[in-house]
Design a protein around this ligand. Structure first.
Ligand code: PBG
Length: 327
């Protein structure tokens, strides 16, 4: 039964009907807001390559988190910018480090906000790599000790979920072990499972001053050419105990999101990364694209591909747009 009996346009005629047959719905509750936290008080330092994003001191972070929470976004993801960096990233697992203090402050002031933390040493190492470096190589197993401590100190501070982003092998199992031994068996792990060696992280690295001082991240992050390998990464992380698996970046990797959704039954997250944010911002500033429309269309596409949760620097704006559009 083809045309003219079948007419696809019938279901597109009216706005209420389009709404009734819509397959994918984006809501503020799908979003997670990444935030950068730094030392000091009353600081809101603009990140030049990410217009509208800032490095916050803890006091100002509380206000920003309150605003986004009131818009219906349930969670934030914290990235720390320490004053002190060294070879092992020890400021990252200091029980009194910047993220640990920020978590405590957030949980004190906003107990209803779900606080997630990025677990990775690159923001805290002098060389900018996500692992311990020896003779120009990134050491896998030695790095796990740092990650264990970082995750544990985050949980002790009150983090509701920890998210390892380093791409070392075995980190999910190591962190699960450490959390369980420390009495944090209730704290879930979201692993950055399929994390690609992408140029789209450049604005983030400016924000966190975390560019590697030598070489690149290709010996641990994934080759953008590989899809089957992503399935292996995701399955390995689920076997090691990941509660949620993430694909990152998002828009250029929708096939990987869809494949991950088909392969595993745990919730799937996707990270619309800094470069994706900055591209949209730049085009909008030029007047070439409508910012609210392109923001919502890209986020909807990421959800349609299979992501249940989306980390996005647009979380606050998108929640505003969504709340305004709700009939
Ligand atoms: C590593 C980490 C990075 C991002 C999240 N966690 C940077 C990297 O791998 O170089 C990138 C996020 C973004 O670009 O928005 N701690």
């Amino acid at each position: 039964m083809g045309f003219p009996r079948q007419r696809m346009r019938r279901l597109r005629e009216s706005e209420p009907l389009r709404r009734m047959v819509r397959e994918t719905v984006l809501a503020p509750s799908n979003l997670i807001y990444p935030l950068f936290v730094k030392e000091g008080t009353d600081q809101q330092e603009a990140i030049l390559s990410m217009p509208g994003q800032f490095r916050w001191s803890i006091d100002r972070l509380l206000k920003e988190a309150t605003d986004v929470h009131m818009l219906g976004v349930p969670a934030v993801m914290l990235f720390g910018i320490p004053d002190h960096k060294d070879e092992r990233g020890s400021s990252g697992y200091d029980p009194n480090g910047i993220v640990q203090r920020a978590v405590r402050a957030l949980k004190d002031h906003l107990p209803g906000l779900f606080v997630m933390t990025d677990v990775c040493i690159d923001e805290y190492t002098s060389h900018g790599h996500c692992g311990i470096v020896k003779d120009g190589r990134i050491l896998n197993d030695e790095t796990l000790d740092c990650l264990r401590l970082m995750a544990k100190t985050h949980a002790e501070a009150g983090a509701d979920m920890v998210a390892p982003s380093d791409m070392m092998d075995g980190r999910v199992a190591a962190i699960r072990d450490e959390l369980d031994q420390g009495g944090f068996e209730h704290v879930p792990i979201m692993s950055y499972a399929a994390k690609y060696a992408s140029c789209l992280y450049a604005p983030f690295r400016e924000a966190a001053s975390s560019s590697p001082v030598f070489g690149d991240r290709c010996s641990y992050q994934m080759d953008p050419a590989n899809a089957r390998e992503a399935v292996r990464e995701v399955q390995a992380d689920v076997e090691e105990g990941a509660d949620v698996v993430m694909v990152k970046p998002a828009l250029a990797y929708l096939d990987i999101i869809a494949r991950t959704r088909a392969e595993v039954d745990v919730p799937v997250a996707a990270f619309q990364v800094s470069g994706e944010y900055s591209m949209i911002k730049a085009a909008a500033q030029q007047g070439w694209l409508d910012e609210s429309k392109v923001t919502l269309e890209t986020l909807l596409s990421i959800k349609r591909a299979g992501a249940d949760l989306i980390l996005t620097y647009f979380a606050k704006d998108a929640a505003k747009f969504l709340n305004a559009a709700t009939p």
